[in-house]
Design a protein around this ligand. Structure first.
Ligand code: FA5
Length: 368
């Protein structure tokens, strides 16, 4: 053996195969070493002057009898290709290791914890105030039928009250009867009807959600905004129950010194109807720019459920094969709906409604 290369004594094919296999096994064993120095491996095997392949060439090929040179030459070329492949593989493994290795000198990347959007915060707070009063939570779709958004809520076709909630209608609906045409809901009130169609009285439900109106954007109006709706139906529900419930909810949200007052208003689906004002949280009712020096800010609409709504619900229940359960002679109820965006603006002194939808993290991070 010279230079670690076994001496070739026989030149038949089987002996040559055995000798070359042994060398290839050596090369594979070295390449698999855990701390392989790739460059050293290449030099050890392929180095022009002292590499093992050069030694094999010298010891086996050059010294072989003429008739064996071809057989050795073929096997030598194969071995060379196999060793070159091992060098390439070790290079690829080394790149992978380099990529995976940890460079502790690099600056760290900060992962800032997320936080609830101020709108979500207000919505959740309000919903939990009502949950504590025994209300369950419901939701409904943003695309509604004309029947559920308007007709069942006592907005007959062509009624002027429809103008107060102009909306966006879905295209290609003209061939359908008006009550089945689809539109973007203008308020969360259609979920009152959905609930009464699905459940028998008594019920207490609070409904948060997104609504849409065909309105230009300004500091306090947006074509897309959020409401929380409430509906309570039972026997002997009175306007006093409505006043007490909303007063408690506003005090829970804005503090116990908050006062509420109710002003006559109009909604087609409640009778009587009222707008609720709260004492201005910015000046404690003394009068400031935010409350236009009145000491009061208007926050929501409410009223006693109009008997026509109960009648529309029962008529629809009969159409659907359900028992009519909402006879206005036997039951009564109240409903309310509030704009969450404006409530959030009030709570956090936000002057522009658009900021709530801007996605600007400089604004949003203040609430984290
Ligand atoms: C309604 O939408 C009634 N469905 C509320 C209701 C429910 C009354 C149940 C009685 C019984 P109104 O159109 O006033 O009512 O809207 C309710 C609240 O939504 C408003 O007080 C206001 O806070 C908010 N709001 C209305 N339009 C916009 C808008 N364009 N941008 C932001 N908030 C709005």
């Amino acid at each position: 053996m010279s230079n670690g290369i076994p001496e070739l004594k026989q030149f038949d094919e089987a002996s040559l195969d055995a000798a070359f296999s042994q060398v290839r096994a050596d090369a594979e064993r070295s390449a698999a070493e855990p701390n392989l120095d790739r460059e050293q491996f290449r030099l050890d095997w392929l180095g022009r002057k002292q590499g093992r392949l050069k030694a094999i060439s010298d010891a086996w090929l050059k010294a072989a009898p003429v008739e064996a040179k071809k057989l050795i030459g073929q096997r030598f070329n194969e071995l060379k290709q196999q060793v070159e492949a091992l060098v390439d593989e070790s290079a690829a493994t080394a790149v992978k290791v380099e990529v995976r290795s940890l460079d502790i000198s690099l600056p760290g990347s900060a992962h800032r914890p997320g936080a609830e959007h101020p709108l979500t915060k207000t919505m959740n707070e309000l919903v939990s105030v009502f949950e504590r009063m025994g209300y369950s939570v419901g939701i409904g779709p943003e695309v509604e039928t004309d029947f559920l958004n308007f007709e069942s809520l006592n907005f007959p076709p062509n009624h002027p009250a429809r103008d107060t909630q102009d909306t966006l209608v879905l295209a290609d609906q003209e061939q359908k009867p008006l009550r089945e045409r689809l539109l973007m809901r203008t308020h969360t009130s259609p979920v009152q009807i959905r609930t009464m169609l699905a459940q028998d009285p008594p019920l207490r439900i609070v409904i948060p959600g997104k609504v849409h109106r065909n309105e230009a954007q300004d500091a306090t109006h947006s074509p897309m905004f959020h409401q929380v709706e409430g509906l309570c139906v039972d026997t002997n529900i009175t306007f006093s129950d409505l006043k007490g419930t909303l007063d408690h909810a506003m005090k829970s949200l804005f503090g116990s010194s908050m006062k509420t007052r109710f002003f006559p208003s109009f909604f087609p689906f409640t009778e009587p109807s009222a707008d609720v004002q709260i004492s201005c949280p910015f000046c404690n009712g003394k009068g400031c720019r935010k409350c236009k020096h009145s000491g009061w800010i208007e926050l929501l609409g409410c009223g006693m459920v109009d008997p026509n709504v109960f009648k529309a619900v029962d008529a629809r229940r009969i159409e659907l094969g359900l028992e009519p359960k909402y006879d206005p002679a036997k039951i009564s109820g109240f409903a309310f709906g509030m704009g969450i965006d404006r409530m959030t603006m009030m709570k956090y002194s936000v002057s522009e409604i658009g900021l709530l939808f801007s996605g600007d993290t400089r604004f949003l991070s203040q609430f984290a």
